[in-house]
Design a protein around this ligand. Structure first.
Ligand code: SF4
Length: 327
C-alpha cells in the first residue's frame, strides 16, 4: 500500500491497519439465512488501508449456517438473545462466551466495524422486545456490548453509520490516530514518547475539543512527576475521548487560523488575505474543509515550518479516502 506523496499523511507505516469486522460485511455467507451483507465501502475503499480480522459470533457460538433467526428480549440494559420462533431457546450464554474469548484476542486491533441492527453485532439501536403488543425498545447486540465494554477506547462504528460523512471521517481519523499511538508506544511507554505524540496531535485534538486538549496538555506537563502506568492510561483515555467529540466548522476554523498564523512572515499581504477569505468561506459553509487545507499545504510547501510539519492535522489519513471533501 502507498500513501499519496503530496504532503504525505504522517502515518509512519505502509502496512494495513488491523480492524475487526462482522464477517458478513466482507461477503462471507454466515447470516442466519445463509446469505451475507457485503459492504462495498468497507471492503473496497477502507479495505485499501484496513487489514480486516472478521468474526461471526453466531457462527462461532455453534448456532449453524443457516440457523433459526434470533432477537433480543427483556431488559434493554441486559437483554437476552432468544430464537424468534421459540423464546425458550436462549443463546445468550453461548454468545457471551464467544464475546469474552474474542475480546481477549483483540489487543492488536485499532478499530471495529459492526453490522447494524444485529442482535449479536449491533452497536446501538437494536430492537429489544419486551411484551407482546408493545413497541420494541432499543439496546445493544450481545456480542458488540461485551466487546465495547472490554475495549472502551477502541474506535467502533457500524457499516450503516459510515454513510454519514462526519461519522465516517471521525471513525477513520480515530483508527489512524489510535494506530499511531500503539506504534509510538510499541517499545514501551516513556514520557519522551508521550511528549512527541502529544506535540504531533495538538491541532488534531484541538479541532475536536479544547477541554480535552487542555487536559491532555496538563497531563503531559506533569509527565516527569507522574506514575507512568497511570499517566499512560489517563492520557490515552483523555485523548481518545476528546477525539470522539464531534468537530464543528467553528472549531476547525480556529485551528486553520492558528496554522495560518505560522505563515505571517512568509507570505505577502495578498496571499494572507486570500487565505483568510478561504477560511471564512469554510466557516460559512461555502466550501468543504479540504479547500483551506489544500491552501495551507500549498503555502507550507513553499515556506516549510518544522512545528507545523510535525502536525497530523494537515494529513491525518491518506488523501485518497476523500473524507474532508464532505466536511
Ligand atoms: S451480523 Fe454478526 S452474527 Fe450476524 S451474520 Fe453478521 S457477523 Fe454473524
Amino acid at each position: 500500500m502507498r500513501f499519496p506523496a503530496e504532503f504525505t499523511a504522517r502515518t509512519e507505516t505502509t502496512e494495513r491497519i488491523p480492524v475487526g469486522v462482522s464477517s458478513c460485511l466482507l461477503g462471507e455467507p454466515v447470516r442466519y439465512d445463509g446469505g451475507h451483507k457485503h459492504d462495498r465501502y468497507v471492503t473496497g475503499v477502507l479495505g485499501r488501508y484496513f487489514e480486516y480480522v472478521p468474526w461471526c459470533p453466531e457462527a462461532l457460538a455453534g448456532l449453524g449456517v443457516p440457523r433459526p433467526p434470533i432477537r433480543l428480549v427483556g431488559d434493554p440494559g441486559a437483554p437476552r438473545a432468544v430464537r424468534v420462533a421459540d423464546a425458550s431457546t436462549d443463546v445468550t450464554d453461548a454468545l457471551l462466551s464467544v464475546a469474552d474469548r474474542v475480546a481477549g484476542e483483540m489487543g492488536a486491533l485499532r478499530g471495529y466495524i459492526f453490522k447494524r441492527g444485529s442482535p449479536s453485532c449491533g452497536m446501538a439501536r437494536v430492537k429489544v422486545y419486551d411484551a407482546p403488543g408493545k413497541s420494541p425498545r432499543m439496546g445493544q447486540g450481545v456480542f458488540a456490548r461485551t466487546v465495547m465494554r472490554a475495549h472502551p477506547l477502541l474506535p467502533c462504528e457500524e457499516e450503516g453509520r459510515l454513510n454519514d460523512a462526519p461519522l465516517r471521517e471521525s471513525f477513520v481519523e480515530r483508527v489512524f490516530a489510535y494506530d499511531r499511538w500503539l506504534r509510538a508506544m510499541a517499545h514501551g511507554f516513556a514520557p519522551g514518547r508521550l511528549v512527541a505524540f502529544h506535540t504531533e496531535h495538538k491541532f488534531l485534538l484541538l479541532a475536536h475539543s479544547e477541554v480535552h486538549y487542555r487536559a491532555a496538555g496538563r497531563l503531559v506537563a506533569d509527565a516527569g512527576r507522574s506514575d507512568p502506568t497511570r499517566l499512560e492510561r489517563e492520557y490515552l483515555s483523555t485523548f481518545m475521548e476528546g477525539m470522539r467529540r464531534r468537530t464543528t466548522r467553528r472549531r476547525h476554523s480556529n485551528v486553520l487560523q492558528h496554522l495560518a498564523g505560522f505563515l505571517k512572515r512568509s507570505i505577502d499581504e495578498g496571499d494572507r488575505r486570500a487565505l483568510a477569505d478561504i477560511i471564512d468561506e469554510y466557516r460559512s459553509g461555502a466550501v468543504p474543509l479540504v479547500v483551506p487545507i489544500r491552501f495551507l499545504r500549498h503555502h507550507f510547501r513553499r515556506a516549510p515550518d518544522r512545528y507545523v510539519e510535525m502536525q497530523h492535522y494537515l494529513a491525518p489519513y491518506p488523501d485518497d479516502l476523500g473524507l474532508r471533501n464532505h466536511l
